[in-house]
Design a protein around this ligand. Structure first.
Ligand SMILES: Nc1ncnc2c1ncn2[C@@H]1O[C@H](COP(=O)(O)OP(=O)(O)O)[C@@H](O)[C@H]1O
Ligand SMILES: [Mg+2]
Length: 258
């Protein structure tokens, strides 16, 4: 579904060139749920922008469904952290679909509320519903749950999986939460510090549907441990194996690079 060949992206700035991505090669299958993890500033958002046709690569290429990506396309839906514009404005052509999407994400009855009247979780639901509005084949999500508290974040993960399961949609999910990536995904791609390149491409062999006990599965723990070691260096990984690992996610995520 998505083919990324030797992708590079160099930003030209007043103070010189910044290589955000270099030599990224990756293939993502139709219907796959793939997470991208990596330290802050490694180029994750840049990569999503290139996939979404918002930024032109300066090297290599991206094909989606066999076609080069040149502009934003209705085949691609975007959901970001901190959605600012929340109302389903300008969607009168799609009103019926908007209604059913809001119902699907549990917001029936909130159609005419103002953003400030919605909780963080509700806003994120609106963002997901909005991204699904044009029934895209590919959903590009940039730290969509980053602003949520730990419990809402976990709940939204289940919700997203429920929406995705059986939809045939391809999801590219950017996060810096290692556990979240492993829990949600078919595959986790780890990126190096800038310029971002792929340092690990790991299939997560956990049965679906994922449940709370998935997080106790030895395969979950092993994948998370390896990824932590790759992204944080051996010392932190060793600490992460100790009982602190079983603390609530809010405590665990504070060890993740931001
Ligand atoms: N518009 C821009 N102009 C110049 N540099 C940028 C721009 N956007 C991002 N960068 C730089 O590119 C690198 C990657 O940024 P980004 O893709 O946002 O990383 P991430 O999403 O992984 O945190 C960072 O060093 C960032 O400062
Ligand atoms: Mg980012």
């Amino acid at each position: 579904m998505i083919q990324i060949d030797d992708l590079g992206l160099r930003y030209a700035t007043a103070r010189g060139a910044i290589d955000a991505l270099s030599g990224v090669t990756l293939t993502i299958g139709r219907g796959e749920f793939v997470s991208i993890v990596g330290p802050s500033g490694c180029g994750k958002s840049t990569l999503l922008s290139v996939l979404g046709g918002l930024l032109r690569p300066t090297a290599g290429r991206v094909l989606i469904g066999g076609e080069p990506v040149t502009d934003p396309s209705p085949r691609l839906g975007f959901a970001f952290q901190d959605p600012v514009q929340l109302r389903f404005g300008g969607v009168s052509r799609h009103r019926e679909r908007a209604q059913s999407l809001l119902e699907m994400v549990g917001l029936k009855g909130f159609e005419s509320n103002y953003p400030k009247e919605l909780s963080g979780g509700m806003r994120q639901r609106v963002a997901i519903a909005r991204a699904l509005l044009l029934d895209p084949e590919v959903l590009l999500m940039d730290e969509p749950f980053g602003a949520l508290d730990a419990i809402t974040r976990e709940r939204m993960g289940y919700e997203l999986l429920r929406i995705w399961q059986g939809s045939g949609k391809t999801v590219v999910f950017v996060t810096h939460g290692i556990s979240e990536a492993v829990f949600l995904s078919d595959r986790v791609i780890a990126m190096s510090a800038r310029p971002g390149r792929v340092i690990d491409d790991r299939r997560i062999e956990l049965p679906r549907p994922r449940t709370p006990t998935s997080q106790e599965d030895p395969r979950f723990l092993e994948a998370a441990r390896i990824l932590r070691g790759l992204l944080m260096g051996p010392e932190d990984a060793v600490q992460a194996q100790q009982p602190a690992e079983r603390q609530p996610r809010s405590a665990a995520s504070s060890r993740v690079p931001t």
